[in-house]
Design a protein. Sequence first.
Length: 184
Amino acid sequence: MKKNKDSVLNTMMDIKVFLLFLLDNIAHPVDHTTLMTIIMNNVDVMSFDYEECLRELVDSEHLYYDEVDGERYYMISDKGRFVASELYDNLDADFRERSLRLAIKHISLTDSGASLESYITEAEANRFRVTLVASDKYGEIMRSAIVVNSRSEAERIKQNFENRPDGVYRGIFFASTGRLEYFT
């Protein structure tokens, strides 16, 4: 039996938590058009409630808002992240999972302003450990290390992370979660 997509968004509060959930997971400014596309792919019926909730979240300083070249951009604030993180589990788990799958392609280390660090250290048995770290203003969001047999392979891994941090980040997420969506 197919579950009704909207069955979990019964109140304005549910819609606000859903919007905050999306923007918190994307973690960088998202244009209005993209945000509405993600929403439309998650709900059966689009209503003006989403626009009203966005306005209220901006007014209450749970979201930041800016307009550039006629396009509106939204990003979750610290206040929105703090308050809403307590409420995410109130959304239906299947709905959250489906929503996250659609938002995954918008997750980006570079767009979120994360700082990156990578370094090589000597490991046991004449091998080399490459450590890859990504952090945002809240702390580390990723730390991964791999040991390889040659310095040249270690340098290649380090350079790949420095040149393509989003690809590495998504690859680690894919390997950890098994979600193919990280490769889209």
